[in-house]
Design a protein around this ligand. Structure first.
Ligand code: PMV
Length: 331
């Protein structure tokens, strides 16, 4: 009998308009739409092989065998794929991030986008970009945005069918860069799955969600017009609004470290002095500093001089998730 191994790659992404909170936790239908930029060069590579001789799903992440909740989350996505493909074969999943796992960069977006693509192909499915994005969403909401290329919008939608991400501009549309100031490599105590679940306990979440269509319009327009000042204003506001919700939820989530605030202050100062630069922060302490690509080297140098900044990773707008290898195996 023959089976095949499919290997895919998908980039991480940074949200300009954040996803925080779900309307439906199990389907991962978001409280609001979001917009992000894929991060070229920061990716997950995943190989999937379904096989009649494998008794249980197996997961190797960065060469380590994973059991427990990490494997369960992968198996839940494989179950969706098995359901669509009409198979009950178990799979072996080998996944590696090319970015340091201690760097505190969220890997769930690239991981579940790469898994959705490799597992569906390995099961013999040929899903459209829309259906891949819907499938990736079930693993991690932000993974829906790592399927299409470049600058991407995840439409909140009304149900499982219409909640997926689309590209609003290709990577070459705007030569931006994300200089990620690493201030902490510690694993966050509260991950985004638990964070989404308590978002509604903040009295500020309803206001944040109600205002989201306006912020999405401003951000989409700033990207399409390549208007950095407009982008900076809405990206920083949106990040601060999400952190205001985090800080006022029960229990309260404080992700910033003193060095995070030092970077945010420096970025605002540089912008006042005329540099096109702005910050945005995910569910962690590291600061994503968005700037023009031609100034990225200079910005990275300046970031490294701030006390508490341990390293800076730089990424440009990235492409879509891709299959990079398909191998037929005879069992
Ligand atoms: O996809 P998740 O469940 O890891 O949530 C991502 C949440 C943020 O990174 C904080 C915001 C976003 O839109 O990426």
């Amino acid at each position: 009998m023959s089976t095949r191994t499919v290997t895919s790659v998908a980039c991480a992404n940074i949200a300009f308009i954040k996803y925080w909170g779900n309307r439906d936790e199990s389907l991962r239908l978001p409280a609001n739409g979001s917009i992000s930029m894929n991060l070229d060069g920061l990716f997950t590579r995943t190989s999937v092989t379904f096989s009649a001789s494998t008794q249980t799903d197996k997961l190797f992440l960065n060469k380590t065998s994973i059991h427990g909740p990490g494997l369960d989350r992968v198996s839940a996505m494989l179950d969706l794929v098995r359901g669509m493909a009409g198979t009950n074969q178990r799979a072996e999943v080998i996944s590696e991030n090319n970015f340091p796992s201690g760097a505190g960069i969220a890997s769930s977006a690239s991981a579940f986008a790469a898994l959705a693509l490799a597992s569906s192909k390995a099961a013999g499915l040929d899903l459209s970009e829309r259906d891949l994005s819907r499938l990736a969403r079930r693993g991690s909401g932000s993974a829906s945005r790592s399927i299409p290329a470049g600058f991407v919008e995840w439409q909140a939608g009304t149900d499982d069918e219409d909640s997926f991400a689309v590209s609003i501009a290709p990577p070459a549309h705007w030569q931006l860069a994300d200089c990620i100031a690493i201030v902490s490599s510690v694993h966050k105590k509260t991950g985004s799955t638990e964070g989404h679940a308590i978002a509604k306990t903040s009295p500020l979440q309803n206001a944040r969600v109600a205002d989201a269509p306006r912020r999405l319009d401003l951000c989409r327009r700033a990207i399409l017009d390549r208007d950095f000042d407009a982008l900076a204003a809405i990206v920083e506001l949106d990040s601060d609004m999400m952190h205001a919700v985090m800080m006022t939820s029960s229990p309260a989530l404080h992700y910033w470290q003193p060095a995070s605030l030092a970077v945010m202050k420096a970025v605002q100062q540089w912008r006042e002095e005329g540099s096109p630069v702005c910050y945005t922060v995910d569910a962690g302490a590291n600061i994503h500093v968005i700037c023009l690509e031609k100034e990225a080297e200079q910005i990275a140098l300046r970031l490294r001089k701030i006390a508490g900044v341990k390293d800076v990773l730089t990424a440009r707008p990235g492409g879509s998730a891709k299959v990079i290898e398909q191998k037929q195996i005879v069992e």
